[in-house]
Design a protein around this ligand. Structure first.
Ligand code: FES
Ligand code: FES
Length: 181
């Protein structure tokens, strides 16, 4: 076991975890945050997408230890309790979900996309979300939702909600982690 300190949705945490514990399992089982889903064993579905220092990552590919000392944001942390982030609002108003299983990952990928590109074209949205799969095949409305969010100027809310000043300061998921044993 090892002690890991990190910030999840603005809350500083210190937890004892197994070195092999994946971030998605840490979020779901230790933090009780169930938005990030596990939809595959092959790093292909994106249902587990969260933000690590403002950049979207598939949390099934990141060890909790790798997130030590860093900022993690899940869908639960995008807006104040009882409120919707502009991207979530757009998914709601454009009917960008069916069963909802892929939705948290889609929303987080969209947040990351709009942070990098506040006014994407439809093609750029499709490319930006290509790592996220929807088994209900609801892509048409998902793309519409992201474009709608962009048209309402959601990018500024995106930056505020993720705590990332700019993408240039964000660290990649495989950055050297700070771990206290
Ligand atoms: S659970 Fe499918 S990519 Fe992470
Ligand atoms: S809405 Fe069902 S998997 Fe996407």
């Amino acid at each position: 076991m090892m002690q890991v300190e990190l910030t999840v949705n603005g809350e500083k945490r210190s937890d004892e975890v197994e070195p092999r514990l994946l971030l998605v399992h840490y979020l779901r089982e230790v933090c009780g945050l169930r938005a990030a889903n596990v939809g595959c064993d092959t790093t292909s579905c994106g249902a587990c997408t969260v933000l690590l220092n403002g950049e979207s990552v598939k949390s099934c590919t990141v060890l909790t230890a790798q997130a030590a000392g860093q900022q993690v944001v899940t869908t639960e942390g995008l807006a104040a309790p009882g409120e919707l982030h502009p991207v979530q609002q757009a998914f709601r108003s454009e009917h960008g979900l069916q069963c909802g299983f892929c939705t948290p990952g889609m929303v987080m990928a969209a947040v990351s996309l709009l942070q990098e590109n506040p006014s994407p074209t439809e093609e750029q949205v499709r490319q930006g979300l290509e790592g996220n799969l929807c088994r209900c095949t609801g892509y048409h409305n998902i793309i519409r939702a992201v474009l709608a969010a962009a048209s309402t100027g959601a990018a500024s809310a995106v930056a505020a909600s993720t705590g990332a000043a700019t993408t240039a300061t964000a660290q990649p998921a495989n950055a050297q982690a700070e771990v206290t044993a």
